[in-house]
Design a protein around this ligand. Structure first.
Ligand SMILES: [Fe+2]
Length: 399
C-alpha cells in the first residue's frame, strides 16, 4: 500500500492510501509456480516509490516495477518494452548530473545479478550480468560520478532458512564479503572486486569518488539473520575508503547509534555529502521508530529527534530549501537564496503512535531536528511503519 500527502500553497491538499494492484494482489499470482517458473509480475511492489522520466514506479526487489499515477491508481507493470527480463531493485539511483537511473536486479537463479541503466528519457540502454559466486540477497547498491558499486555480502540464499520459516537467506561469514567496482564510462568492462570484513548492510548512506579514491558510508550490521530472518540487531554508521591505485579498503566505525534507512539529499547522490539522515533503531526488535538522527559527517556531530516518547518516525526524506513550490523561506526563517547550504531544508516523515493508532505526516526543519516537527498533518487513518518513500515535485511528472 502506498500513502501520499499532497502539499501545495503551504497546505496539505489531500491524503491517499491505495494498494498497488499487482498480479500478486489482483490474481493471487504465485511468484514461483509448481514447475519452478518465476513470475516477475507477482511481486508486492511494497518497498519504495520513485519518479523517473515522468513515471512513478512502485518497487519491490523481487519483481518488475509497477507504474502508478499521481492519484496512486495502478497503471500496470513496466518491463521497458520487454527489455527487462528480471527483477528490479527497490533502490535505483538517479544520477543528479546526467539524469540517468542506475539499477540492478538480483535473483536466486543465474544470472544472480544484472546491472541496468536507463537514460534520462527512461529507455533501458544498458543490461549486463555481474558475476558473483553464489546467490545472495543484494538489497541496495551505490553510484559515484565515475563508478557503480556492488556489495557481495554473505546473506546467502538458503532454502533451509525458508523451511525454518522466514526469508530464504542466512548469514554465512565463510562466503566472505566484497565490494565490486564498475566504471560508469565502460559499463561492459570487468568488475573489480575488493575484499572487506564479512558483514551485512541493506543501505548505503551515500558514496562518492575523487579520482581513484572512493568513500562509501553505510548502515552496517556486524552480522544478520544467523538463525532466521525474524530478528534484526542494530546497524551502525560505518565508512569504507577505497584506494583503487593501491587496491585497499580501509574500514572505520563512525558511530554507536543504531540506525536504518540512511538518506542524503537526492541531488547529492554519488557526490560528496556533508549531511546524512536516518531513522533510529528500537531495542525491541522493530527496525526503526526510536527517532531520527542527522549526521554532520564533517564535524562528527549528530542531532536527534527522540519521538517525544510517543511518535515512531519512519524514513525521513530530505527536501532542499528553495524547492519550487515548497516555500519562499528557508527553515529557520532565513531568506532562501541560491547560497542555501547542503543541509538547509526540510525532513518529511510519517509519525505513528503504536499505542493510540494515530498517524501524523510531519515536517521538520532539518537544521533544527531536535526541536521536533515545525508542521504536522493529522491523518484521518492509521499509517503504520513502512519502508521507503520520495518527495516528488510537480516538475518531475510534467512531460
Ligand atoms: Fe531498502
Amino acid at each position: 500500500m502506498l500513502h501520499a500527502v499532497e502539499l501545495s500553497g503551504g497546505r496539505a491538499r489531500s491524503f491517499r492510501s491505495r494498494f498497488v494492484r499487482t498480479r500478486k494482489l489482483r490474481d493471487l499470482a504465485r511468484y514461483v509456480d509448481r514447475d519452478g517458473r518465476v513470475d516477475f509480475t507477482a511481486s508486492p511492489a511494497n518497498t519504495h516509490v520513485v519518479a523517473h522520466a515522468g513515471r512513478i514506479l512502485a518497487l519491490a526487489e523481487n519483481g518488475y516495477p509497477w507504474l502508478v499515477d499521481r492519484n496512486l491508481d495502478t497503471i500496470g507493470y513496466h518491463d521497458f518494452a520487454g527489455r527487462l527480463r528480471g527483477p528490479m531493485t527497490a533502490h535505483p539511483k538517479l544520477c543528479p548530473t546526467t539524469g540517468e537511473l542506475h539499477f540492478f536486479g538480483y535473483h536466486f537463479a543465474p544470472p544472480f545479478v544484472v546491472y541496468h541503466r536507463l537514460d534520462a528519457r527512461g529507455e533501458l540502454v544498458v543490461s549486463r550480468p555481474i558475476e558473483i559466486p553464489r546467490p545472495i540477497m543484494m538489497h541496495d547498491f551505490a553510484i559515484t560520478q565515475d563508478f557503480v558499486l556492488f556489495f557481495d555480502l554473505p546473506l546467502v540464499f538458503s532454502p533451509e532458512a525458508a523451511a525454518r520459516g522466514g526469508l530464504p537467506y542466512a548469514f554465512d561469514a565463510s562466503a566472505g564479503a566484497r565490494i565490486g567496482i564498475l566504471r560508469r564510462d565502460s559499463p561492459e568492462s570487468p568488475v573489480r572486486w575488493l575484499e572487506i570484513e564479512p558483514c551485512f548492510f541493506f543501505h548505503p548512506l551515500n558514496a562518492w569518488n575523487t579520482g581513484d579514491t572512493i568513500r562509501i558510508d553505510v548502515a552496517r550490521y556486524p552480522d544478520l539473520w544467523r538463525e532466521s530472518s525474524g530478528r534484526f540487531g542494530s546497524a551502525f554508521l560505518h565508512r569504507y575508503d577505497v584506494d583503487l591505485a593501491r587496491g585497499t579498503v580501509r574500514e572505520t566505525a563512525l558511530d554507536d547509534l543504531g540506525i536504518e534507512f540512511p538518506r542524503v539529499r537526492e541531488d547529492r547522490v554519488g557526490l560528496p555529502t556533508r549531511f546524512g539522515y536516518a531513522s533510529r533503531t528500537r531495542d525491541d526488535g522493530i527496525v526503526v521508530g526510536a527517532g531520527l538522527v542527522r549526521y554532520d559527517l564533517e564535524t562528527g556531530a549528530r542531532t536527534l529527534f527522540d519521538g517525544e516518547g510517543k511518535w515512531m518516525p519512519g524514513e525521513a526524506v530530505f527536501v532542499p530549501a528553495g524547492t519550487s513550490g515548497a516555500s519562499t523561506r528557508a527553515p529557520g526563517g532565513r531568506a532562501t537564496s541560491n547560497a542555501a547550504g547542503e543541509g538547509d531544508g526540510w525532513l518529511l516523515a510519517f509519525l505513528h503512535d503504536r499505542d493510540g493508532g494515530a498517524s501524523h505526516f510531519a515536517i521538520f526543519d532539518a537544521t533544527r531536528l531536535e526541536k521536533g516537527p515545525i508542521a504536522r498533518v493529522c491523518l484521518p487513518q492509521r499509517v503504520p511503519l513502512g519502508f521507503h518513500g520520495s518527495f516528488i515535485p510537480d516538475e518531475a511528472l510534467a512531460r
